[in-house]
Ligand binder design. Structure first.
Ligand SMILES: Cc1cc2nc3c(=O)[nH]c(=O)nc-3n(C[C@H](O)[C@H](O)[C@H](O)COP(=O)(O)OP(=O)(O)OC[C@H]3O[C@@H](n4cnc5c(N)ncnc54)[C@H](O)[C@@H]3O)c2cc1C
Length: 443
């Protein structure tokens, strides 16, 4: 009985820990330092490639709640983060070297952990794995080496299910949108029975001010290794604007077929927002992938009538990021539908961020260990943050699948009660999540 983990990043390290603490030996295959990714610089376990922050620890925030749930499941990444913590207010910022060292030390102290410095190019078949009583966890991250990526593509069931770049549009908390400035309608909709899309109309001046602001905004620089070849169908809005000021009015801000009930006419330009979940607590701006810097996105998008007080649950981005279309490729225990002995973990499943990647590593480790022991591990309930992330990558959103971070919009809505504000409902989401988590841990 053995678990092989490919990738000693955030997810692979956490997955390995969750397996060894169940008494099962782990061989972890990590290609660094022999072969580096374009972003990593060391051979260290769980190297943080950019910021040294694992985001907030505040228990009334979604990242804080996620850490609390992970700690309750003995997360090595969060424990090591606390051990290597440096002062940064509410944020869990770490000394990178001490963080990596704490992870390696804990894994080695288990006596069940072996690290092999090698690149893995192919995965055994389900028959081979069954015969050896082994399972594999792939946790190779956003910069997965090319040969293995081809293998993952086959496991995922085809080219359409593996992406090498993400093109993410912003997601907004529904409660922060001024709905009185918009109208619900689908394009060319007949009658007045509402529609699925929230439309925010702009007049000539509003449109042109918005275009000027996008042009003048600061954009994220490309990394050296990012040679982005944009797909025509998901160009960043600023790239579209470079082709002409009116390009957006013929693209994602197209007004045709959208009659504003207040004027009886099509607006000059129109922005469509699509529900991201059944409860309609999150809306994404359709076709608005962008490389504007985050503070710029907040400033510029707030110029759109109806979004003046928008709260962004996820900002738009376009960057190099290998990830699969989780809901099509993965079973609810994070194994591939095409090979039940191979599990997927981390950012490559379609989550975004250090802690989120580790969180999915944690769940994959638990599922892998359970499989070898002939047991079943159930994901936490969907009203916990861990459970909501698992649900997102295995069931998916209503709209297009794109990488997601931990945020309150993923949790089921709390009914509105007179006299209670958004903060109260958020606090209720936190306490409901924790109650639910506790009854799941000790049923
Ligand atoms: C340039 C860049 C900057 C980022 N900045 C941030 C940030 O500031 N904050 C944040 O939260 N997130 C950031 N991210 C996202 C971040 O990468 C993930 O959040 C996190 O590192 C993903 O964890 P992971 O374990 O899934 O992948 P990784 O941590 O990348 O680990 C994957 C590991 O797999 C190894 N590997 C790959 N292929 C193979 C193979 N075939 N055989 C063996 N080993 C292999 C790699 O060497 C690597 O060690 C950034 C990503 C990039 C690319």
């Amino acid at each position: 009985m053995r678990v092989h983990v490919i990738g000693g990043g955030l997810a692979g390290s956490e997955a390995a820990w969750q397996v060894v603490r169940q008494g099962i030996p782990v061989t972890l295959h990590e290609m660094r330092p022999q072969k580096m990714t374009p972003a990593h610089q060391t051979g260290n376990m769980a190297e943080l490639v950019c910021s040294n922050s694992l985001k907030s620890m505040a228990e009334d925030s979604a990242p804080g709640l996620l850490k609390r749930e992970m700690l309750a499941l003995d997360s090595l990444i969060i424990k090591a983060g606390l051990e290597a913590r440096v002062p940064a207010g509410q944020a869990l910022a770490v000394n990178r070297e001490l963080f990596s060292k704490a992870i390696r030390t804990a894994l080695e102290a288990s006596g069940l952990f072996t690290r092999v410095d090698e690149e893995v190019a192919a995965i055994p078949t389900v028959e081979e794995l069954t015969e050896k009583n082994e399972v594999w966890i792939i946790a190779t991250g956003p910069l997965t080496a090319d040969q293995l990526a081809q293998n993952i593509l086959e496991l995922a069931g085809g080219a359409k299910r593996l992406h090498f770049y993400d093109a993410i549009a912003p997601v907004i908390d529904a409660e922060s949108i001024d709905m009185s400035k918009g109208f619900m309608a689908d394009r060319w909709q007949k009658g007045d029975d509402g529609g699925d899309y929230l439309n925010l109309p702009l007049n000539d001046r509003e449109y042109n001010d918005f275009i000027d602001a996008v042009i003048a905004s600061e954009k994220m620089p490309l990394h050296d290794f990012e040679d982005v070849k944009y797909f025509e169908s998901c160009l960043p809005i600023e790239v579209m604007i470079e082709r002409g000021r009116d390009t957006l009015r013929f693209g994602p801000m197209k007004p045709v077929g959208l009659t504003d009930p207040r004027t009886g006419r099509w607006p000059y330009a129109n922005i469509q927002l699509r529900k991201e979940n059944v409860d309609a607590t999150m809306f994404s701006i359709v076709g608005f992938q962008t490389k504007m810097k985050w503070p710029e996105q907040s400033r510029v998008f707030k110029m759109i009538p109806g979004l003046e007080t928008a709260e962004f649950l996820r900002f738009g981005s376009v960057h190099r990021n290998t990830y699969i279309k989780g809901p099509d490729a993965l079973a609810d225990n994070l194994s591939f539908k095409t090979n039940s002995r191979v599990f997927l973990a981390g950012q490559i499943t379609g989550v975004e961020g250090y802690t989120e990647s580790a969180a999915i590593g944690l769940l994959a480790g638990r599922h892998a260990a359970a499989t070898l022991k002939g047991q079943r591990f159930a994901n936490p309930p969907a009203d916990t943050i861990l459970g909501a992330l698992a649900q997102y990558i295995t069931v998916g959103p209503l709209g297009d699948y794109s990488p997601m971070n931990a945020n309150f919009g993923l949790l089921p809505a709390i009914p509105k009660v007179r006299g209670q504000g958004k903060k109260d409902r958020q606090a209720e989401k936190v306490s409901r999540a924790w109650r639910s988590f506790e009854s799941w841990v000790t049923p």
